[in-house]
Design a protein around this ligand. Structure first.
Ligand SMILES: CC(C)(COP(=O)(O)OP(=O)(O)OC[C@H]1O[C@@H](n2cnc3c(N)ncnc32)[C@H](O)[C@@H]1OP(=O)(O)O)[C@@H](O)C(=O)NCCC(=O)NCCS
Length: 372
């Protein structure tokens, strides 16, 4: 069958996937010259009407080739005119593996169209005998990951210099779903840190301009895991790593901030272990000039309350919190003791001090109120 009749129409209640048509060309140009599309895809720059015309012709040839890539135009299911709102493509790689590509016209965004389109295209691929759909994106494209996340894709890896972005080597993300996956739901939670207000401190998400408050850490090197304290130079990547972890359900990160000025004072995290459902591990540090006023304790108390608040009341509903301190680190241990944490074990010679001697680790636990 020739193009466009060869293109199967796919639809659910939200999106309809159909063959591209010459009438889509002006809107394809609008999409491909939109700054968000240029930022996150490899669309050619500059992009003019002739580029779109050649593109629609190439799509027809791909469909007519037995092993070619498969492209659909996306429209809203309830739009009788079938106005072009974006595109999605399935690129077979052999052995039943394919990669997915997608992008929306600015008018199509914010309507969950792509979540529907991705489910439809992936299900179509599996119905053709495909076994795996692979998603790749530039590192930091959370809007793209959110769509794949909602469709049950597993985030597998962030790789340095994975993608050729118009001649620049860019860090990339890769995830996938196989036949055993469930396109209807995410495989892990996506944590968004809620704003929690106390008297003197506030817990809130980190913002890009918090770089202004970053101070070099001055604690002994063995107190914190390497790379866990940012410098102004590493801050952008440090924040991105935290957002990555939250989007994969691995941790919740807040900035501890001054309640009056909103100035960032340090980091507070609860990390999650998959095999210990209901359990979280606390970690924190204050920038040096913010220490000594009891603000870390006040901020940690807010996080503890949120951790033990049942999920039906908006909390995490955890059953216990864990923490680890170095035996040399009295301020941190005192903070935990004041919050009611109990030391349950001590690990001898846990890590090396800079002078080559060893420090012990102290392990702490706090159970949810009402449990023993
Ligand atoms: C990626 C893209 C298709 C996503 O479609 P979208 O319409 O913007 O997505 P929606 O607005 O429907 O949002 C879907 C979800 O993602 C969330 N989201 C959107 N942008 C986000 C961001 N930057 N960070 C986190 N979540 C985000 C929305 O809040 C929504 O969540 P919800 O389901 O809980 O309501 C669209 O942004 C786009 O065309 N981007 C440019 C091209 C591109 O990046 N393509 C992918 C290349 S890999």
């Amino acid at each position: 069958m020739p193009f466009p009749d060869i293109v199967p129409e796919l639809a659910d209640g939200v999106a309809r996937l159909r063959a591209h048509a010459a009438g889509d060309i002006p809107r394809i140009v609008e999409q491909c010259t939109d700054p968000v599309s240029i930022r996150w895809t490899t669309v050619p720059v500059p992009y003019v009407e002739a580029s779109a015309r050649e593109w629609v012709e190439a799509i027809g040839r791909e469909w007519e080739s037995e092993k070619g890539n498969r492209y659909w135009a996306i429209t809203a299911a309830d739009d009788p005119d079938g106005r072009f709102l974006g595109a999605i493509d399935v690129r077979p790689k052999g052995a039943g593996i394919a990669t997915i590509g997608y992008g929306l016209h600015p008018e199509g965004r914010g309507r969950h169209l792509m979540t529907s389109a991705l489910r439809l295209a992936t299900q179509w691929w599996f119905d053709q005998g495909g076994v795996r759909m692979v998603w790749e994106a530039n590192r930091g494209n959370f809007a793209s990951w959110r769509v794949a996340w909602a469709c049950g894709f597993t985030f597998e890896v962030a790789l340095p210099q994975m993608l050729d972005d118009r001649g620049h080597a860019r860090d990339g993300w890769r995830g996938s779903i196989g036949l055993d996956g469930d396109l209807a739901r995410p495989v892990a939670p996506w944590f968004d840190p809620p704003v929690l207000d106390g008297e003197r401190v506030r817990l809130r998400p980190w913002a890009d301009d918090d770089v202004a408050w970053v101070e070099p850490g001055d604690s002994p090197a063995h107190f914190m895991p390497p790379g866990s304290e940012p410098t102004r130079e590493t801050f952008a990547d440090w924040v991105l790593r935290r957002r990555e972890r939250m989007s994969r359900g691995q941790a919740l990160h807040w900035a501890m901030a001054d309640a009056d000025s909103n100035r960032a004072l340090g980091d507070l995290m609860i990390g999650f272990h998959q095999q210990e459902k209901g359990s979280g591990e606390l970690g924190y540090f204050l920038f040096p000039s913010a220490r000594g006023g009891g603000r870390a304790g006040a901020a940690t108390a807010l996080a503890v309350e949120h951790a033990f608040t049942p999920a039906r009341h908006g909390g995490l509903g955890l059953r216990r919190l864990l923490a680890l301190t170095l035996a040399d680190n009295d301020p941190s241990s005192r903070l935990l003791e004041r919050l009611g944490f109990r030391e349950w074990g001590r690990e001898p010679r846990f890590c090396a001090r800079e002078d080559g001697t060893y420090d012990d680790a102290r392990h702490w636990v706090l159970l949810a109120p009402g449990t023993t």
